[in-house]
Design a protein around this ligand. Sequence first.
Ligand code: ASP
Length: 563
Amino acid sequence: MQIYTKILIGMAVGAVVGLTLGPNSSLLEKDLYKVSDGAAVGLRLDRNEPDSELKLPRGVPLELRHVETVEGTVTDSTGATHTVPTWVKVRFRLSERLLLRDEGGKLAAQLGNKKLGQSVEAWLPISAEPLTGGGFTLSPMPVSALGDSIVAWAQPIGKLFMRLIKMVIVPLVFASLLVGVASLGDVRKLGRLGGKTLGLYMLTTAVAVTIGLIVAHVFQPGSFIAEADRAALLAQFGSAAEGKSEAAAMAPSAMDNVLAIIPLNPIESLASGNMLQIIFFAVILGVALTMLGEGEGKPVVNFFDRIQNAMIVVIHMVMAIAPYGVAALVAEVVGTSGFSVLKALLVYGLVVVAGLALQATLVYGGLVKVLARMPLIRFMKAIRPAQLIAFSTSSSSAALPVSMECAEENLGVSNSVSSFVLPLGSTVNMDGTALYQGVAAIFIAQVFQMDLTLGDQLSIVLAATMASVGAAGVPGAGMVTLAMVLTAAGIPQVGLALILGMDRLLDMFRTAVNVTGDLAVTSVMAVSEGENLDPLTPEADKADPDRGFEGRLDHDPKPVEPD
Ligand code: ASP
C-alpha cells in the first residue's frame, strides 16, 4: 500500500474516533465539567450557603465529575419558562497542584484537613444567559470524561510525530538551500528567481483574498447564524478571542519585519528556527562559497550536501509512522471541536472550503497548466503527501520537509529551485489563510450587520496579503493576523469569538491550500528557469527505490568508516 493511502486511512480513523469517542461526542454521556480556573467558578460546599464558597487557589484548572443535578425554572425574554440546571454537585480530587498552590492551607483547613488524593464534593453554579430572541445559553457546559481521556491518550502520539518531523526542518532547509545556491553559481540568477518568486507569491495571495470576498458575498454565510448560536459562541470563546487581539497588538511594524530578516547571530537564528533569517544566511554563505571557488568552497558544499541527504533519509523514517501520528492529530481536533459549534458555523465553514477549492482548482490549476505545462491532476497526485501532512498538522512549516521531497522527487524540480522557493513560501506565502481571512471578515461584518465600503474591502485585500507574509506557518497563526485584518477594515474584534470554535478545523484545509500554493509556484519557477518537470507515476515510484516515497528505506545500513 502506498504511503499516501496509509496516511489517508490514518486520517479517516482519527476523524471517526474523534467524532464518536471525543469529549464532545453526542454518543457518550457528558459527565465532566472542565474549568480553566477553579477559583473563578464559585464552588460551594453548601449550595444554599454563600459563606461556604471554597477558597480555591487562583489559576488551577479543575476537572469536575458530575454527581447530581438540581434544576430550576427561569423565564426568558419572550416570557416562556424553561427548566434548566441551576446547580450541579461535582466531585474533584485534591491534586498536588491544588495543595501546592494552597497558600496558608486555607482550602485544606476548610475541607477539614483532607489529604492529597482524597476527593471533595461541592456545588457548581450553572449560569443561564438569556437571549433576546428567547431561550438561554448555559455555562459551563459538560463534556464526556471518557472522550476526554481518549483524546488525552492519543495526544502524545500526535506530538511525537510533530516533533520528529519538525526536528528535520532547520538542518534540511539550511543544508539544502546552501547547496542549492552554491550550485547555481550565479548571484544574478538568484536575484531574478527571488524577485519572480516573491511577485508571484503576492499575486496568488491577493487573488485568494479576492476569491474569499466574492464567495462570502455570494453565499452570505453571516445570514445563516441564529441569535442563540451567536450569543453562545461569543460567551464561549470571548476571552480566548481577546488573547488573539492582544497578540496581534504586540506584532512588530512592517519595517522592523524587513530588518529582522538579517540575523544578528546566525547560530541563534538556527537555534531558534527563525526561517527568514536562516534563508538569508544560507544564501549569503552559499554565495560566499561560490566566490571562494571550486578548490576551497567544494569541501564545505559537499559536507552540507551529505547532511541534506541524511535528512532526507530521516524524513523517510518519520513518514513511516505518519499514519499513526496523523490519526492522533485528527482525532484530537475533531474530538474537541464539538458538534454544536460545527452545526452553528456549518454554512460559514462550507463557504471557506468552497473558496479554497476554487483557489486550488482555478488559480493553481491555471498556473500549473499554462505556466508549468502540467495537467492539474498530475500535479495534485505528485504533491498529495505534502498536502496530507499539511492538513493533519495544520502547519506549513512542519510540512516543509515533505513538500521539498515532493517537489524534488515527485515533480522533478531541481534542488536549487525547490530549496529556495519552498522555505520562502512556507513563511511568506499563505493563500489559504488569506482567503479564509477574506471570508471571515465579511462573515463577521454580516453577523454584526455592518456595510463594508469598497474601500474597506480593498483594505481587507491589502491587509490580508501583508498579514500572510508576516504570519508564521504554525497552527492558528492566521487567527492572530486576522485581528489585524479586521482592524484595517474597522470590523469589531469581538467577532473573532464567533469563528474561533471552527478555527482549528478550517486551519487544516487552509494549510493544505497554503502548501499547494507554494508547490504550484515552485513548479512555475522551475519551468521559468528552463527546467523540464518530470512528474513521478505511482508505478515508477514502486519500481525505482531511489526515487519517490516508496521503498526508500529498503537499503540495508552499511557501516561508514572515516578516512
Ligand atoms: N496554519 C497555517 C499554516 O501553517 C497558518 C494559519 O492559517 O493559521 O500555514
